[in-house]
Design a protein around this ligand. Structure first.
Ligand code: HEM
Length: 372
């Protein structure tokens, strides 16, 4: 399934085919922020960025626009929240299998079942719509459309069942939507707290983009400091701090400890990213550290693994990076960013909510002034 997804859903060709959707949605986000900034009101960037990634995801995966069919994405957002709450929630059965009955007593088991049923119904409705003769043109070539074609070609080795399709949608849905918005929110948080880095990155973008109204994906390849800012933001505020849990297959030994087979293992990337033995001044936001360095986040450098590493590493990395880069570059290009009256960079908190994806607990609210 993973091989099939990497080949057909997350290939470079596929990532590029969604470029017009990313461009369109980022363009609308910039317009919405301009409208709010004209009224001298603070922008809730956390909310704005979650809406952006939901819109991009809904259009790429289901061929539905967030802005035009808000009821779909409302349901979609509620389902994502509940599914993530269930993934991060405490289940007795995971830690003390003998006490699994406690999950029933406290209602977690029925909440999980309800969440599953709601998601199943949601996917089924979308599949039916995609298979209908009257489906809108926007559904052609979206992720669900590709999955249906793969299912129809079931004579081939990639043939997949209806349940497989729903499971793939499920994992993409949970893993792909809010990670990108978390990265951009944390990067903006870091930049408003580090004005010198903010000044340098905006200057770099503006010197390359010139008088164009929009930063394009091609421009981004010419921005080394901007790329360093994204790496540093993911080191400093890792979007998925414990990666995803793994289970050992065989007995193994670490530092003299014997680890039994089927033990759940977490990698603490948050602490790896702040390890003073690996990083100089780990508790400072210093994008410069990546300027003359070959360290990258694609899973080969074990000190910087925001997308994980190895066989379970994030298959959506190119899609995620493309979204993060385009959104952040345009936010930085289009506006001069400031803090609401009476607040300094030091006052901006960095508290996080519990969950697999690390979200900022309190919304990031900033003042924006159009640059052009
Ligand atoms: C900047 C955005 C993103 C970040 C930071 C991120 C991060 C991660 C991390 C840390 C993992 C676990 C890797 C491991 O434990 O080794 C993961 C897994 C995964 N990600 Fe992403 N991700 C992002 C975007 C996406 C997107 C856009 C998609 C798909 C549309 C996606 C799909 C997945 C899937 C399917 C898995 C599970 C892979 C498996 O278990 O085999 N991710 N991601």
């Amino acid at each position: 399934m993973r091989k099939m997804s990497v080949l057909h859903l997350f290939s470079l060709k596929q990532v590029n085919s969604f470029a017009p959707i990313r461009r369109d949605e980022v363009f609308h986000m910039i317009q919405d922020i301009s409208n709010i900034s004209d009224k001298f009101e603070p922008i809730n960037l956390s909310e704005t960025l979650i809406s952006l990634s939901s819109s991009i995801f809904c259009r790429s995966a289901f061929g539905k626009s967030y802005r035009e069919t808000s009821s779909v994405t409302r349901t979609f957002e509620e389902l994502v929240h509940e599914a993530q709450a269930m993934l991060a929630g405490f289940f007795w059965a995971d830690y003390f299998p003998m006490l699994g009955w406690m999950d029933k007593v406290i209602g977690m088991a029925s909440r999980l079942e309800k969440c599953f049923q709601n998601l199943d119904a949601f996917y089924q409705e979308l599949i039916d719509e995609h298979m209908s003769a009257n489906r809108p043109k926007s559904m052609e070539g979206d992720i669900l459309d590709i999955l249906i074609k793969l299912k129809e070609g079931s004579a081939s080795s990639t043939g997949i069942s209806l349940d497989d399709m729903k499971a793939i949608l499920m994992i993409i849905f949970v893993a792909g939507t809010d990670t990108s918005s978390a990265v951009v929110t944390w990067a903006m948080t870091a930049l408003v707290k580090t004005p010198e880095a903010m000044r340098r990155v905006q200057q770099e973008i503006r010197s390359i983009v010139g008088k164009n109204p929009f930063v394009d994906e091609d421009d981004i390849q010419k921005l080394p400091y901007f790329k360093a800012v994204i790496k540093e933001a993911m080191r400093f505020y890792p979007p998925v701090p414990l990666l995803v849990p793994r289970k050992t297959r065989n007995t193994c030994f670490i530092d003299g400890y014997e680890i039994q087979p089927k033990t759940m293992i977490f990698f603490n990337f948050w602490s790896i990213g702040r390890d003073p033995e690996y990083w100089k001044n780990p508790n400072e936001f210093l994008p410069d550290r990546f300027l003359d360095s070959k360290i990258d986040y694609r899973g080969q450098d074990f000190g910087l693994i925001p997308f994980g590493s190895g066989r379970r590493a994030c298959p959506g990395i190119s899609l995620g990076v493309a979204t993060v880069e385009l959104a952040l570059a345009n936010l930085l290009y289009a506006f001069v960013w400031g803090l609401p009256d009476g607040i300094t960079g030091e006052d901006v908190d960095t508290d996080a909510l519990p969950g697999i994806t690390m979200h900022k607990k309190n919304a990031l609210r900033l003042m924006a002034k159009s640059y052009m």
